[in-house]
Design a protein around this ligand. Structure first.
Ligand code: ADP
Ligand code: ZN
Length: 721
């Protein structure tokens, strides 16, 4: 009797046993379809000794229905799924679902019909047809994808197909990608870079787990050095995963990769077309995708033959996922490296304290690139004390910064103004009655977006058209914008320098790869004088003519109760400063602040990174905060305020009393209402030696809650809102 235990891809169900019919072959990792009552479920065959379940007698087992035509998930990935679920207190099914993240790919190979323009013009040209034809130039996709892309109905496109304006093309969904050439354009590395690259290349050859922390200043050539490791992996026929913190960065990376290796890498992120995702998934699983660059979700893909993982800008907070499975891709990447027995490179100019600590403890090998490549030197950093250098009323740029921009305009160089706030103003209020526009679903103000003429909530996406009168008192012309966002700074620049060409760079303006590419082209070709941007412009970009960086409000990042606020502020400002003077022209950075003596600002001004890290390390050690102690959060939410409060209080009352672990709260979360749910949180601070996850599981497991209550566990939390 051939039986199999399944990890069923439904978090509400435990492991289930089935019978394997004689005509099907199942091994650990096989992806199968099984009956469940009247329905069918997807499952992964698992080693039964690793997945305890109840023993159902052979006679009562139902047969599995089908084995899907995809390679079985390999043992290292199965171990990673187990580890991630265990460490982050998540359901194994939820983690495994991140590996099987293209349902279309699971159905196996085959063909699909895509459509493209033929070049024939229709005899009848409606405005919609006209719009579709210009939008679809050079595009190919399914009718639905193209309709989305062009913003017209599917019927319009079918009409174009019937009129011969578009034609069907049958496409093999599994077609391979053109191969990357490790020798396409090999750079000449400096001696320093060569030393670092050799370490990586040796590690790739060794086929062993080897975690590295690549600590190199901005512009030192971190990318160039890890590209050498990539090319070694390519020669060995092994796959490489490069994780980037934001999709917005990939555009720049793709170009660089292509000029080094002759072809672009395979891209993986959540906003891709379904057909692109399906092809990428299958090529990843079959080994044809040589280098995958992606956001954190690329980490759980079923690579056939992974040889190297790079985590670039490894300090970035966006590697932490804050919904679903709350995991940190930086840390899970290292675990994947361990299970796969391969090197992992964490690259950063401003490493997380946690990573530096791991290097100090000898767990990670630290490799340094302490100076910029070529003639470039690190920029001069000056502090502008806003208490002395006061901007004119209703303005935000102090005189020295305005003068700095003016000098750049005269010399034909570029300036970058950094303010981490999207939109025009973070708060709109009525001068007449004091009414403030607030989100109905969240405890947050609505942010005015003047470019799109809307007020929007940045937490839930709620939007209303910008009103012309106060909804409370009905008065017209009484609404006032309070505080600046990037759009308002861009306005200010335009008022002072009417001829300057300004670009606002945020997730609103660079919402797709085409817009990002257009921005990079414009900035590189000198068609932009002043860039005003959020954290989106702080990293990755390399604009040779950019010689001035202005930090509009350095104090902004220090607000809020986030335990890593000082570190994050330091990283952000150091990164944005790193955009200045990356080529032969020297760069200058001006930091506007009301607290020039704050340790973060003082360290930045003195260019003394070590002093900042030393002070921050001391503070963390003192507080028993990571990496010296551990944190976890339990987040309780419900649409009913009283229900959330009561559940949180019950959890608090059931808290274990242990010497190595302290529980704080429950307290309303800073964002106490989010997307229509009231939220309470408990914080746990534990010694490193404490059995943190085990304790939380045993604490919550016996508890029962009202059906509307949701309980989330966040291990090593980053967000404290
Ligand atoms: P980082 O990732 O450390 O910020 P980059 O890898 O982006 O640094 O390098 C900064 C700039 O210097 C890039 O334009 C890169 O092409 C260039 N560069 C770095 N090393 C070399 C090299 N060995 N040969 C040629 N150009 C280099
Ligand atoms: Zn909201």
């Amino acid at each position: 009797m051939n039986r199999v235990r399944l990890l069923v891809l439904n978090a509400a169900l435990g492991p289930l046993d089935y019978r394997v019919p004689d005509d099907l072959h199942v091994e650990p990792g096989s992806v199968v379809v099984a009956p469940l009552g009247p329905r069918q479920v997807l499952g992964i065959a698992w080693e039964s000794e690793r997945l305890p379940g109840t023993e159902v007698p052979d006679a009562r087992l139902r047969p599995i229905l089908d084995v899907l035509p995809v390679p079985p998930l390999r043992a290292p990935l199965r171990r990673l799924i187990e580890w991630t679920a265990d460490y982050y207190c998540a359901a194994m099914a939820s983690v495994a679902r991140m590996s099987l993240s293209s349902s279309a790919a699971l159905r196996g190979g085959g063909t699909i019909t895509e459509y493209r323009l033929t070049g024939v013009m229709p005899s009848r040209l409606t405005p919609q047809r006209d719009a579709a034809i210009s939008a679809l130039d050079g595009e190919q996709g399914t009718i639905r994808e193209l309709a989305d892309l062009a913003g017209v109905s599917e019927a319009v496109l079918r009409g174009l197909v019937n009129a011969g304006v578009m034609e069907p093309v049958v496409v093999d969904i599994d077609r391979a990608y053109p191969p990357a050439d490790p020798d396409h354009a090999v750079p000449t590395l400096s001696d320093l870079q060569t030393g670092v690259a050799d370490r990586f290349v040796d590690a790739v050859k060794a086929r062993k787990f080897a975690p590295f922390l690549l600590d190199g200043v901005t512009g030192s050539g971190k990318t160039e050095t890890y590209f050498e490791a990539v090319s070694e992996a390519l020669r060995m026929g092994r796959q490489v995963l490069v994780l980037l913190p934001e999709i917005a960065l990939t555009e720049n990376f793709l170009k660089r990769f292509e000029s080094r290796f002759g072809v672009p890498p395979v891209v993986w992120h959540s906003s891709q077309k379904q057909s692109e995702r399906r092809r990428a998934w299958r090529q990843v699983a079959e080994g044809g995708a040589q280098v995958v660059v992606g956001a954190r979700s690329a980490l759980f893909l079923p690579y056939a033959n992974l040889g190297l993982i790079i985590v670039d800008e490894a300090h970035e907070v966006s590697f932490k996922q804050d919904d679903g499975v709350r995991y940190n891709a930086r840390d899970v990447a290292v675990m994947r490296g361990r299970f796969e027995q391969i090197p992992v490179v964490l690259a950063s100019a401003t490493p997380a304290l946690e990573s530096l600590q791991m290097a100090e403890a000898g767990v990670y090998e630290k490799v340094d690139l302490p100076s910029r490549f070529g003639e470039a030197s690190l920029p001069e950093i000056a502090v502008v004390d806003l208490r002395e250098q006061v901007p004119p009323r209703g303005r935000w740029l102090a005189p020295p910064l305005v003068q700095g921009i003016e000098e750049r305009l005269e010399r034909g160089e570029q300036s970058l103004l950094f303010l981490n706030r999207r939109g025009y103003a973070p708060l709109t209020l009525c001068r007449n009655c004091g009414f403030r526009f607030q989100c109905p679903n969240c405890s947050a103000w609505l942010v005015e977006h003047r470019l799109s003429k809307r007020l929007a909530c940045h937490h839930c996406g709620h939007e209303v058209p910008s009103p012309s009168q106060c909804p409370e008192c009905g008065e017209a012309d009484c609404l006032t914008a309070c505080g600046p966002g990037v759009e308002r700074i861009a306005d200010e620049v335009a008022q002072i320098f009417p001829d300057a060409r300004t670009a606002v760079v945020t997730s609103d303006t660079l919402s797709n790869p085409e817009k990002i590419a257009a921005f990079v082209d414009a900035a590189e070709s000198g068609a932009i004088d002043v860039i005003v941007g959020t954290q989106l412009v702080t990293k990755g970009y390399h604009f040779p003519e950019l010689t001035l960086v202005g930090v509009v409000d350095a104090d902004l990042g220090l607000e809020g109760g986030d335990l890593r606020a000082a570190e994050r502020s330091y990283q952000q400002i150091a990164q944005v400063a790193g955009r200045a003077g990356r080529a032969s022209k020297p760069g200058e950075v001006m930091i506007q602040t009301r607290h020039p003596d704050a340790p973060v600002i003082a360290a930045l001004a003195a260019g003394d990174r070590d002093a900042f890290y030393a002070a921050e390390t001391d503070a963390r050690r003192h507080a028993g905060a990571p990496p010296f102690g551990r944190w976890a959060a339990i987040i309780v939410s419900s649409e009913e305020e009283a229900e959330a409060r009561e559940a949180a209080q019950n959890i608090g009352r059931a808290a274990p009393r242990l010497d190595d672990l302290a529980v704080f709260g429950p307290a309303p979360a800073p964002l106490s209402l989010l997307r229509g749910r009231y939220r309470y949180r408990l914080l746990i601070n534990a010694r490193r030696s404490a059995a943190l996850q085990q304790t939380i599981r045993e604490w919550l497991h016996p508890m029962e809650f009202a059906p509307g209550v949701r309980i989330g566990v966040d291990i090593d939390p980053y967000s404290f809102v």
